[in-house]
Design a binder for this molecule. Sequence first.
Ligand SMILES: [Zn+2]
Length: 157
Amino acid sequence: MEKIRARCEENGDCLLWPGAITTRGPVVTLNQKQIQLRRVVWEDAHQKPFPPDRVASVDCGHINCLAGAHIIARTRAQLVARTNRMHASAGRNAKIANGKRRASKLSEEAAEEIRTSGLSAQEMSEKHSITKAYVYMIRAGHFRRNYSSPFAGLGAR
Ligand SMILES: [Zn+2]
């Protein structure tokens, strides 16, 4: 245990292992046997053998963390549920990011350049991969008000 701790780097509450890492976390190979260090740390912290039906998992998000308080003996079902939750939120975040990217396809800077540049609408449309009609719209000051459909709302005036 002392050797393990001595090799780790403190990072807040975490003890980060600088050596080899697998999907099961930090490992060392001793006498050609791979030893899962999370289990060793858990056993040291709880003073009992690691439950064979559990998986040693960390709660702090650092896959290489070996802090005794961060290592949890999870059942496989708990682990699967947790992984699914993380994937679900990752998917949601990606969707939000995509939406934001679409909404700001043209940056303010690009719009400003289009408004003020002496280049033709043709050149501007090629440079920013937008339609010439959109260039005219931006130059006419309609930028963003109707960005989802440049022609929406025109009939209302
Ligand atoms: Zn940690």
